[in-house]
Design a protein around this ligand. Sequence first.
Ligand SMILES: Cc1ncc(COP(=O)(O)O)c(C=O)c1O
Ligand SMILES: [Zn+2]
Length: 425
Amino acid sequence: MSYASHLRCKECGRCYPLNPVHVCEFCFGPLEIDYDYQALGRHISRQRIERGPLTVWRYSDFLPCDRQQVVDIGAGFTPLLRAQNLGEALGLRQLYIKNDCANPTWSFKDRVVTVAATKALEFGFDTMACASTGNLANAVAAHAAKAGLRALVFIPADLEQGKIVGSAIYGPTLVAVKGSYDDANRLCSELVEKYSWAFVNINIRPYYAEGSKTLAYEVLEQLGWRAPDHCIVPMASGSLLTKVWRGIKEMAWLGLVDWAHTRMSGAQAKGCSPIVEAWERQSFNIRPVRPNTIAKSLAIGNPADGYYALKVLADSGGVAVAVSDDEVVEGIMLLAETEGIFTETAGGVVIAGLRRLAAEGRIRPDELVVAFITGSGLKTQEAVLDRLAPRLEIEPHLASFEEAIAEHGETVAAGRQSSRGEGHG
Ligand SMILES: Cc1ncc(COP(=O)(O)O)c(C=O)c1O
Ligand SMILES: [Zn+2]
């Protein structure tokens, strides 16, 4: 059985039973899961966790689900890699990459959806739905297929092909909304009143959001039960950043790691940076924006958890950073060329933000830094297509190969090094 005890309003503190609801009836504040930490503390140990499966479900004691009937396609326990080459390029001595491209639908959203789908079944829903910037739609469609649930996913009509195919393949009803993510989300907020569906990021949101904590648990365990000094996380709604922080704090409260005063920093693309913009104004008041960036997965103009993300940045001593679309592409290429990891635009935002913060001395060279790479570049190939080195086209003969090498070899080699050479800090 789960240690989740009730839902609690993040604003007024009122408590509610564990139902599919997400806002407080009194103050309209968002609801969050609360746990019986005393009981959990008596029960939990590093050894108990280490005996668990190599998925997010090894942390099931920290999740609001009944472990018996989880919807599991293998989300989680992704690699944490020591990024020596990128660290050298950026002047960071202890840099790690948490590579969440290695999830079943190639983004961290599988973590949240495995929890949401499990709750949808527990609550007795037969339909799962979401408004999505792409990755969530992929994860919902895949988990619904596994669970035998009907799926409806609402996406902005102008998403990348990889994100569209990456949903359609699992057979959901794919609804392309002529508008932004925020338009799709507003529509879904109306639909949730009318249809009895499990909207993973609306009525199931308190449960769904808990899945992101597993990113933190894994990092701490993979570092040998130690908290990093600094995390850098991409921000769209801001939920991921708040839950990574929450996960670190929970493990410290329970004595599974020493409290390390981890700093949490968040990155957005300049073309959609309402959280960074508020941060720079030194305000907790988010002004919604109309997104215009290649980082479409982060293109949420009115971020639901923006206020709470700002609080985490402030409380943890982190910073917020916004980068241009050109920097995003350079970030994608730099990570690929130094560490052999092909990230989508959200990861480009993180690497570009990291580069900036390191160059400005806002991340210190000796900090143990974890950069969260949350989705795969195969879904956003459009972003880099015109930046790749030309290929050598040859006849299948030795002579043709050697001729092409003589003619174009240098261009090809130069092309490959272009983004690695710039701006090492
Ligand atoms: C790849 C990727 N990274 C990060 C995020 C940010 O998530 P959040 O909305 O929790 O801030 C998203 C959101 O869709 C995403 O697709
Ligand atoms: Zn309330």
